[in-house]
Write a protein that binds this ligand. Structure first.
Ligand code: DGP
Length: 151
């Protein structure tokens, strides 16, 4: 069982931006930029190659919509879609996930250096705190509201 299985099962907290029968989206605990989200299939597989075509298409469609909702809800200008598809590619959680990383005006140095740092280390997830979770929930609510408005 992966940590994402436990989030999907509701055993661990997360700030959700999307939930449907096939996948969920929630904010990354170690965000590269504000609103950095993960789109995760409910099916617990490690690699993209293990997903069937409809599920593959679905998670990418949802990732696209999360990117659009980050723009509408948070004012980002564009987004990176990133998949670390295997341990040798810096995958730290062995459960398929698409990172949707928003980009903001003037953030090049900060965001690009954080992406490199993200890829080059196996980071320990940040500790939970009530204040931090509330801030993440507020950000997630802006994204999920924009998702609903554009559905
Ligand atoms: P990757 O390196 O591509 O496997 O990224 C895994 C991401 O998952 C990493 O950016 C941090 C995030 N992450 C790890 N544990 C948790 C968690 O418990 N909750 C949330 N929201 N994100 C997590």
């Amino acid at each position: 069982m992966t940590i994402f299985d436990r989030i999907i099962a509701g055993d661990l907290p997360a700030s959700f931006v999307h939930q449907d029968d096939h996948c969920v989206g929630f904010l990354d605990i170690n965000p590269v930029s504000r609103g950095h989200a993960l789109v995760v299939p409910r099916l617990s597989q490690q690699h993209l190659a293990e997903l069937n075509e409809p599920l593959l298409a679905h998670i990418w469609r949802i990732a696209r919509d999360v990117g659009a909702a980050q723009q509408a809800g948070l004012g980002s200008l564009a987004q990176h879609f990133l998949v670390n598809d295997g341990r040798a590619a810096s995958q730290s959680v062995p459960h398929v996930h698409i990172h949707v990383i928003p980009r903001y005006r003037g953030d090049t140095v900060r965001t690009m250096s954080r992406i490199v740092w993200h890829l080059s280390t196996l980071m320990l997830p940040r500790r939970e705190s009530a204040a931090r979770r509330q801030a993440m929930d507020r950000t997630a609510a802006l994204i999920s509201e924009a998702m609903r408005n554009h559905a």
